[in-house]
Design a protein around this ligand. Structure first.
Ligand code: COA
Length: 572
């Protein structure tokens, strides 16, 4: 029977073209109409160090990169050694024949002369393409699609580079054809109803850029930082085409300040950064809250604190996102589960900033930033875009007027009779600095009260399972961990175990009533997250009556479904 899924892992050193090889396989799978979910991890150095790319592909929707791999391709012996413990009977291994690994019992081994073939062609860098040709031949990955992506990607390097790499690809395919295939792994077939053009494949960072364009982004300013830089790369190409402006600022303080300035001028504004940059932005986040400026800060989390693990996965900026400021300052915090969310919640972030006239932090993660996933092609016509509440020109203008919903209409600079200042000093309704106790009390209350409606106004938290049914364990997850929990719970339910999932996307202000209603139906509530302190579990303890069990792990990698299953079983 044909298999419905295949997971291929390629590993080697940074500089050996692991990322390109994985990208080519992912693109060929997507072009074949298959669902794709990729995961890559690479060193902070430009050359050298362990680089790995995993492509999970299937003929049904995917929520995570998978437990382990079916096919492994090692470009050098170190990469093989790192992955040796994951080789189980049935796994297929393709490796460069310059080393002779000890192959475990039951593992299918395919040595390929990657280095030698590349050298014979007079090429320094093409052993990855020899490997790709072999993988294509052995596991039925469409060669024509791979060669097209290869030619398109390397076109900018010159026709000679393209031709040399195509020759390397053929060398690998020829060698593989000579080998006796002993395993049964091959690329699944796409289901007939799936049309390749119903879906697009893009990375989390590109998806955030796309969502922002759909939401009507006018202005973007950012300072480069891994793993957020590709948002700027995407918007640098596409924002000007939509009439918007992009600036590379001199640092993160400048970038958020410029975004707030653009917002004051009536424009939809955004910046993006990662942990260290978010720390630098904390003062201006307070200013945006105080001056009631709509602004979006995308924070693509990586391992911290400080420069930490700059290319690795972690969900450890939650406290910084929710509380990182001085004084009584709040902000809306959203977190994305997958690449589809990166589009739709980038729209949400800009919509909410404009609606509530305050800063919004959109939390993404390095694993999503670098992950390519197939998603249904977004239809901008079906996506609701919100504009800020603007002054109607009637009566006297007060920038911080007390209104029924505590949201004060804004007026763009230059609007007749609407001269005002936006200041970080405490102010009265017309924006004039005022330090009276009563003013500070009233204005603090106004700024917080306008957010009180949000937990009910935002879409309800998704419950995985039947809301009213009792469960032995209820799992709360956020960010990309949700996709891992989905698969773990499906497997546990198949065994008759009573489990439910709760997947908040609005992190702050918290949807407390929904958290508590969920917890009431569960004997034990488990919060799983990739950080050391159990940050969401702590927020839940602080803001709700729930006393969850925390399972917090921080190894620079996402959970696997099997790890979640194990932890749930321990609680039964
Ligand atoms: N023939 C010709 N060129 C090839 C090739 C081939 N067969 N295979 C790959 N290449 C090119 C790629 O096109 C790419 O070129 P580009 O730099 O012009 O885009 C380059 O070689 C690197 O290959 P790629 O596949 O993208 O990456 P890799 O697997 O070799 O790994 C990285 C390199 C990604 C690990 C490394 O370059 C990097 O960026 N590290 C992270 C740095 C970082 O962000 N640090 C954090 C700082 S805080």
């Amino acid at each position: 029977m044909p298999r419905s899924t295949l997971i291929i892992r390629i590993a080697g050193d940074g500089g050996e073209g692991i990322i390109s090889t994985g990208d080519f396989i992912a693109a060929a799978c997507a072009r074949s109409g298959l669902a794709v979910y990729t995961f890559k991890t690479f060193p902070a150095e430009i050359r050298g160090g362990y680089a790995m790319y995993q492509v999970r592909t299937a003929n049904a929707a995917l929520h995570n990169p998978g437990n382990t791999f079916d096919v492994f391709c090692a470009l050098n012996s170190e990469a093989y050694d790192i992955n040796r413990e994951h080789l189980t009977p049935g796994t297929a291994v393709v490796y460069d024949d310059t080393f002779s690994p000890e192959i475990p019992e039951g593992v299918h081994a395919y040595p390929i002369a990657m280095t030698v073939a590349s050298k014979q062609l007079g090429l320094k860098k093409a052993k990855n393409m020899v490997a790709l040709g072999a993988l294509s031949q052995l596991f039925d990955i469409p060669a024509e699609a791979l060669k097209t992506v290869l030619a398109d990607t390397f076109a900018a390097k010159g026709e000679d580079v393209v031709q040399a790499n195509l020759a390397a690809f053929e060398k690998g395919a020829e060698q593989a054809e000579e080998l006796h295939k002993t395993d049964t792994w091959k690329l699944p077939r796409a289901s007939k109803s799936k049309q390749a053009n119903d879906v697009i494949m893009l990375s989390g960072n590109e998806a955030i850029g796309l969502g922002a364009l759909i939401a009507g982004l006018d202005f973007y300013s950012a300072y480069p930082i891994t793993p957020a830089s590709e948002i700027a790369k995407y918007l640098a190409v596409n924002l000007p085409k939509m009439g918007g402006t992009l600036i590379q600022a001199e640092d993160e303080i400048a970038s958020i300040s410029q975004a707030i300035g653009a917002s004051f001028a009536g424009k939809k504004a955004m910046t993006a950064t990662s942990g260290p940059g978010l720390s630098l932005m904390s003062e201006m986040l307070g200013f945006a809250f105080m001056s009631e400026a709509p602004v979006v800060v995308v924070n693509v989390q990586r391992g911290g604190p400080s420069t930490g693990l700059p290319t690795k996965h972690e969900q450890s900026d939650l406290f910084a996102a929710v509380y990182g400021s001085h004084g009584d300052a709040a902000r809306i915090v959203l977190s994305v589960e997958n690449v589809a969310d990166c589009v739709s919640m980038s729209v949400d972030a800009l919509n909410l900033a404009e609606t509530y006239a305050c800063p919004v932090i959109l939390l993404s993660e390095s694993s999503l930033a670098f992950s390519s996933q197939t998603i249904p092609t977004p239809d901008p016509a079906k996506i609701k875009v919100v504009e800020r509440k603007r002054w109607d020109g009637k009566g006297e203008y007060h920038r911080y007027a007390m209104t029924e919903d505590f949201i004060s209409p804004m007026a763009d600079p230059g609007t007749p009779c609407a001269l005002h200042i936006a200041t970080g000093l405490e102010h009265n309704a017309d924006g004039t600095p005022n330090y009276a106790a009563a003013t500070h009390e009233a204005m603090n209350a106004k700024r917080f009260d306008k957010l009180k409606a949000l937990p009910d106004a935002y879409r309800p938290v998704e419950i995985d399972g039947k809301a009213a049914e009792a469960a032995d364990v209820g799992v709360i997850a956020w960010g990309s961990t949700i996709g891992v929990v989905r698969e773990a719970l499906t497997a546990l339910r198949a065994e008759g175990i009573k489990v439910k999932g709760f997947y908040p996307k609005l992190i702050s202000p918290m949807q407390v009533a929904q958290f508590e209603a969920f917890a009431e139906t569960c004997k034990t509530v488990l919060v799983v997250e990739i950080n050391h302190q159990g940050q969401l579990a702590q927020l839940i303890r602080a803001q709700t009556s729930i006393k969850p069990v925390s399972h917090a792990v921080c190894g620079g990698l996402p959970f696997t479904p099997a790890q979640i299953e194990t932890r749930v079983r321990e609680l039964l």
